[in-house]
Design a protein around this ligand. Sequence first.
Ligand code: C5P
Length: 275
Amino acid sequence: MTLPRREFAPAKLNLTLHVTGQRADGYHLLDSLVVFLDVGDVVTLQDGPLSLSLTGPFAAGLADDPDNLCLRAARLAGAQAAITLEKNLPVASGIGGGSADAAAVLRAIGCQPDRPEILGADVPVCLASRPSRMQSTGEIVVPLPQLPPLHLVLVNPLKAVSTPAVFRALTNRNNPPMPDSLPDFADAAQLTDFLRACRNDLQAPAIALMPEIADCLAALDDAGADLSRMSGSGATCFGLFASAELARQARERIAQAHPGWWVTASGLAPAPATP
Ligand code: C5P
């Protein structure tokens, strides 16, 4: 690896998240349409013994974690580097932060581990960082063609919800998967229609644990979203808007009404050059 190296860690968004079963070891079987956004963290690797420095608006949320996923990823790769993590995404927020950071470290090192899922269920899809269908417990990643442009607003109440607690609160673990064969998503309207027929099965249990998630969804709906849904195990919710201007206006309106929330307008990340 040639250092220094700077790698973008795009936010991961679950446009759908169907929970279709549970393995004997307790892990859940998923079927999820995952995209990556133009907002995210940034990792920089420089020469030096293995270390981690934190910067950015959400650095404080990680200060107490001696075993950050960036360090675990570098150890898995057997690499030495002084890592700086610019933490722009809220911590433990359902948009992949830690997994995206770990995947960015692995990409920067040029390491493709056999079982990246041991770092976290979302790490395999974050390594791809392209629109994908994610199945099983996260280790099956089927890349999709680039999707039409999306105009999104992300809203997070800045309260962390525990992923294991949300999975435990699920009442039905055997929900139908997405259709075997996905449409080609020629335009955003077709994609939105498809998404309306799909779900995030973790949304209801997450709301039961943290009612503010319902407030975030209502705020997106009130601001004119064509569709609103939670990502991952929460608490970040997204709204889809018909244009970048409508998304910008919605972002402003929600941010003004809820100064304590994280509110960001976003689009899809450009597809990476290499598969
Ligand atoms: O792999 P990750 O660290 O993201 O998972 C956090 C927790 O979420 C797991 O310990 C497990 O309780 C739950 N989980 C699950 N099924 C999955 C992914 C995560 O039950 N497919």
